[in-house]
Design a protein around this ligand. Sequence first.
Ligand code: AMP
Ligand code: MN
Ligand code: ZN
Length: 924
Amino acid sequence: MERDRKLRMAIAFASVAALSAFLAVHYHRRRRKQRSRGGGACYLRAESKPQHGFRRVLADNSYSPFKHLKLGGSDDVDSSNSHPYEAEITALLDSPRLESTFYPDDKIPMTSDVYTWVETEQQLEELANVLIKERVFAVDTEQHSLCSFLGFTALMQISTQDEDYLIDTIKLHDAMGILRPVFSEPSICKVFHGADNDVLWLQRDFHIYVVNLFDTAKACDILSKPQRSLAYLLETYCGVTTNKLLQREDWRQRPLPQDMLRYARTDACYLLYVARCLVGELKQKDNESCFDDELHFVLEACRRSNMICLQRYTKDIEAAPGESAASSIISRHSNGQGGESDAYKAQFQDIVRRVCAWRELMARVHDESLRFVLSDQAIVALASKVPTNPTDIFDILRQADSNTDALSSSMPSPSPVVCGHMDSFCDLLEERMDNLDEISLVVLQKCLGQDGTCPLSVFNYSILVNFTMRSTNKVVSRQNGTKSLKQVSRKASRELFVKKFSCKSPVYHNCRIYANDGRLLCYCDRRKLEWYLRRDLAKLVDNDPPAIMLLFEPKGRPEDEDNEFYIQRKKNICVGCGEGNHYLRYRIIPSCYRMHFPEHLKSHRSHDIVLLCVDCHEVAHAAAEKYKRKIAEEFGIPLFVRNIVELRDDQVASETCAMGINFEQAGISPLELRTAAMALLRHGQRMPQKRREELTQIVMRFYGGRDISDTDLERALLVGMSSHEKRRLEKKRGLSSKHSKGGGIPDKEQIGSTEKRLISSTVNPSKFETVDVSLSEKDQQYVNDEITDQVKTEPINSGMEPEAAAHDSNNENTDFYNLQNGNLQNEGSDLGDSRNDETQPMHNSKLSLLGHGPHGKQVVDHILKEYGEDGISVFCQRWRQVFIEALKPRFLPAGWDIKHSGRRDFGEFSVCNPIKKALADAKS
Ligand code: AMP
Ligand code: MN
Ligand code: ZN
């Protein structure tokens, strides 16, 4: 045995050394190669990981919060994100259900070699059927955390009184939901030892929630046992010894070695017996004590156990990537060191921070643990010696890691992450990246951006959307801190604009959706495939690029629409000039109109949203704005609320004035008003007097020229919002003011987050527009750190919309967006996901002409009333015409057509089906 172990260790050492040597040579070779071709090669291009087979990943590596299971089948956004079984668990806290027969007899369970390995869905179903009939069963899980950022459950052990089951939770990752009901069933007791982590891991990976737990470790606490480890209990009650070192083995291995199988079973199969012994002792204690309630100690054990179940899994989110790890390394290091110069210390800390940020981002991108990417001791060594060339870096890392204990040295050093991205690592150490935000941005763009070095996966996909927008904002605001945007040259600001607003990854993934008879339905993006897969509405039929086949009969076929537009690959280029390096989405039909179209006419989003480069975007946007003014004149419906709308004291009106004014001058845009008011509220004190006066003038104009108070400013924030949005804002501010010290003027944070919410938290994407906030260049100096982006890493919807290819209902559509959004509550993604087409180059000193919601509504209502739905169709064609004339686009996809019909054959069950709708309306 001992010899075995030594042998294994020797082999491990030898292979590490060999691997390191190999990597060293390999690296230098590749480095040379890379220089010559100027690109990097990520190890993941050639290597697959077990988790790449997971289709349903509940906790990805993005910064978005974890979303808990929602019960009741309602797809409404549950913003509380609360524990789905809180009520059931709380009920158990009040009146525990005590399991009296954990284990039937006094005999210690026999260890036989018989156990059931569960690795198919059918076997899992069978197990669920067995468990639902049990009154109690024991559970344990084994995790893998080295080659995964958040870790994942690699094995689950379940033991009943009669049988041991080992579940291959890697193979069955997507099917584990089958066990959800037994775990949440309050009448079935689940016995764990030390369930704190397991409970969270089960939520994280499978949305499995434990209800009715008996934790033998909690029983130990109450009994004041000398130790509370499972090893101690196993020895004391069962005379069994277990090698806890095995818990750190690689549980992804298949088949699992004999000793690990035995260890895993041992962790679960004695638990029922141990629980029986402990409950016996608790009852004993109750008998001896003089508490009123008969089962005081037993019930306390149950209560404390179920308290564990109330925990909710959350992702750790820090202020800046790697921040907490950096602080901990720095404080540990400074404890041991003294007598260094301040300059040295500052440099040391700076490098630690930068490297920690890099490490964390790389770990998220590659789905590896931090320690796998780079060990803490390696970071200290780097920060102490400050190497700049790859050879030195390589030697320092290898040396730092060679000093550590045998178990962790089974990791390659330097890791393939470092080796595969040595160029970016050198840049980092040579301080070619300025600050943490820039590091994040550059790293993410290099790895996952267009032409990124690393593969996109379900683990890292949404980091881009969630993170780049946020950090770009910070970069922008910092620059503004030192020099005003005016000083930034036009070229630089254009570049910034491109960087900030262009799509961060290819828009068209050209994934395919097939009907169940094999006919190609459409091309679409990856997330849409995910959407179907997660709901078991489709199966994956191809991998690269992915394709799915729907498991139900879609109601529409492309030929029904007589349009080849939807069944072709789309290029990720500007449709105007063919530019392929950057592009942003452009909506041909301005959202202020489209948002008011009847639901069933809104469907041709992918036809009427095209990619444009910044230059073409500007041209098209300007033409559209001009045409809006023409429409305003033609229909006699002004674009803005009129000048003076102060009516009664308790009311802020935003009514529009119909006729008889010069439309160009017809008012202050609600946006302009709100922006001015916000800037004054937030930064009024700090602003140069001149600017303050200018802004005050704007607001005063709205109030008919009278002096204005802070209350007026606050009310001005509400102008142009729908009542729904107002309620939201008021609710939000009601909440924040509870926490604010002074009351009165909302502070910066509050307004900042309020505004972000306004943009992001409306579920229906078509309703986003009216609440956008844009600022003039000047005001960006004051309000720019929380400026809300109008742009536009909009979720990608490049094929037919979900309801086009599938069963259509508004809910599905909404759900699709929720999914794409990933996290409506997350500020990072808020910035990324706000859906507005109007983009506004930053050097344009005119205020954005957003906020045409009321105008749009009146126009659409008018058209519908006068000309019906055909009128809408003609209206759309006019906008397409405007677009074509302004831009003369040369790269529109085949099948794109000014006359593109908005009409579609709606399925029998479709909520969009006009006949059905009419019938339903008639009934109600
Ligand atoms: P256990 O149920 O005690 O075998 O632990 C369950 C899982 O927790 C293991 O599969 C490990 O992934 C993890 N774990 C527990 N303790 C440690 C430890 N000391 N070091 C590393 N991993 C641990
Ligand atoms: Mn275990
Ligand atoms: Zn990579």
